[in-house]
Design a protein around this ligand. Structure first.
Ligand code: SF4
Length: 290
């Protein structure tokens, strides 16, 4: 049996920064609130919880006063900043710079006087924190496109600007761009449509790396939180390349995997999977097999 951990797996720089900011504040104050899960990984959330990080929902956040609250890498809509001001909450803003730039671009284009009648289209997962933050920049003009099946909601007689949540699939986004453009062209309105390449390359490049990695092993153990959209997407890439790929979000799930003594096993994960967790999964697999 041989186990290899993918050296390209592990946190992206946006998540690394949010965790570092949390740790620095916790070392000073022993307690910090965080709006939503700091990372879509229960093990890492629980490690930070033990250091004093308290995760609060948006409802709970609105009840807080005179405290410090961390904004995670996904970012927040303007409403959150308004509540913080009203409640004298000090925001520690760890919004990833890539997401921040996207929020600013959407806001700027949305406020463009020539785009009053326009539609802001966001390819992403409805209800995802980043998407909520992006929609917040559009004054209600935003429309979420979850898949190519949603494009009938677009009014092809009006201008539209299409953006993507940073962690979406590049291929799916390209399909949506092409299909929407074709519809505009069919109506002779091609000039009304504009799309922007806003997928984070940390994620887009990961797909190719993970696909290459998955092809090299008998079994792939993909470690990720259940709620990570990046994790679900990358696991799908693994599974297509190597049908012997297993999604593991709890170490107990390892017991159900039919490991063989001579298996060559690859361990990889999402951009929200900590390296220490993949190392501990490797140790557990060794114990199960031996
Ligand atoms: S995936 Fe990219 S955009 Fe999202 S937090 Fe990580 S670095 Fe930032």
């Amino acid at each position: 049996m041989k186990i290899t951990i993918d050296k390209n797996s592990g946190f992206c720089f946006g998540v690394v920064r949010a965790i570092e900011v949390a740790e620095q504040n916790l070392q000073k104050d022993n307690q910090l609130y965080c709006l939503g899960d700091i990372v879509h990984n229960n093990e890492e959330v629980s490690r930070l919880h033990n250091m004093g990080l308290k995760i609060v929902s948006h409802r709970e956040f609105a009840q807080l006063h005179n405290v410090k609250v961390l904004i995670r890498a996904h970012g927040e809509p303007p409403e959150t900043y308004r509540i913080a001001k009203e409640n004298n909450i000090e925001l520690i803003d760890a919004t990833c710079i890539v997401v921040l730039k996207l929020q600013e671009d959407i806001k700027k284009n949305n406020e463009d006087g020539n785009f009053r009648e326009g539609q802001i289209l966001i390819f992403g997962k409805a209800g995802h924190a980043e998407v909520i933050g992006l929609l917040g920049q559009t004054n209600g003009k935003g429309i979420v496109i979850s898949s190519v099946n949603d494009i009938d909601v677009i009014d092809y007689t009006k201008p539209a600007k299409l953006y993507s949540q940073t962690t979406q699939s590049l291929e799916e986004y390209q399909t949506i761009i092409e299909t929407v453009r074709r519809r505009y062209d069919e109506k002779g309105n091609g000039h009304l449509f504009q799309s922007y390449d806003t997928i984070c390359r940390r994620v887009a490049n990961r797909a190719k790396q993970v696909q290459k990695f998955a092809a090299q092993y008998d079994k792939i153990i993909f470690v990720s939180g259940e709620k990570s959209s990046n994790g679900l997407y990358l696991f799908d890439v693994c599974k297509k390349e190597n049908p012997q790929s297993y999604f593991v979000y709890r170490s107990e799930q390892l017991e159900e995997i039919p490991f063989k003594k001579d298996d060559n096993i690859g361990i990889c994960g999402a951009t929200s999977t900590p390296m220490w967790l993949m190392e501990s999964i490797a140790e557990k697999i060794k114990k199960i097999i031996t």
